[in-house]
Design a binder for this molecule. Structure first.
Ligand code: DX5
Ligand code: ZN
Length: 231
């Protein structure tokens, strides 16, 4: 479970926003209570989809001062780390299943002075990320198969959220446990109870309803989930 003081943060995923009105979506989500923004970079190799690159991250950077969480679903995150840092990314999240060496990726992020996260797909065991705990700022537990928004949350990843939270707390690190995929109020509650502190939410923020009201519902759920776990 998260320490009582650990801030719970909501990061709308721009993959679900209207790309033709992206600036407006960013401004509306920030006004509606977004703590950060999550940007999904896809290369058509690591995942079977394409999205966007550093130019779009830079365009978003110009519209908000909130932290930008850049999720690199690409085979060679190391090769592009400096480009995404220069574009204004605050956290570079790479996949342990990608081709780049994780130690080199962490070193590169430190050299650039940017925060770094290690992500695991739903089929990757927690043990893959354990060696990096204490050296990363975020552990991202994917709760859907990476590549597409709008999928249903996979509850079988919750034990990995608990394991990551326990391992992070044991090191005294302040790292976030992030959940990404299928986050709606009910699943956000369960993830918060398991120790997640950073909630990526795409369709539940941008597809249907009013962005501020959607974020308020998610906020109430994560707070209730986390506090229930602390009781
Ligand atoms: C999926 C992406 C997610 C996606 C989440 O590969 O990593 O960030 O945008 O979208 P929802 O919240 O709709 O599942
Ligand atoms: Zn993502």
């Amino acid at each position: 479970m998260p320490p009582a003081t650990h801030r719970l943060r909501l990061a709308p995923s721009l993959l679900s926003a209207d790309f033709a009105a992206l600036g407006d979506a960013v401004v509306a989500a920030e006004a509606g209570g977004a703590d950060a923004f999550h940007l999904d970079v896809m290369d058509g190799h690591f995942v079977p989809n394409l999205s966007f690159g550093p130019a779009l991250v830079a365009a978003v950077r110009a519209r908000t001062r909130r932290p930008l969480d850049v999720h690199l679903m690409i085979e060679e995150p190391l090769r592009y780390a400096s480009a995404f840092h220069e574009a204004g990314g605050d956290t570079l999240v790479f996949h342990l299943e990608a081709r780049s060496d994780p130690d080199e990726m962490i070193r590169e992020a430190r050299r650039l002075g940017v925060a770094v996260g290690a992500a695991i797909r739903p089929d990757t065991p927690f043990e893959a990320v354990r060696p990096f705990i204490g050296r990363v700022d975020q552990v991202l537990v994917m709760s859907v198969r990476p590549g597409f928004s709008g999928q249903a949350f996979l509850p079988e990843v919750l034990p990995k959220v608990r394991a990551a939270r326990a391992a992070i707390d044991a090191t005294g690190s302040e790292a976030d446990v992030s959940v990404d995929g299928g986050i709606v109020p009910e699943t956000a509650h369960a993830a918060a109870a398991a120790g997640a502190t950073f909630f990526v939410c795409g369709n539940s923020v941008f597809r249907g309803g009013e962005v501020g009201a959607n974020l308020a519902r998610l906020r109430a759920s994560v707070e209730e989930g986390a506090h229930g776990a602390l009781r």
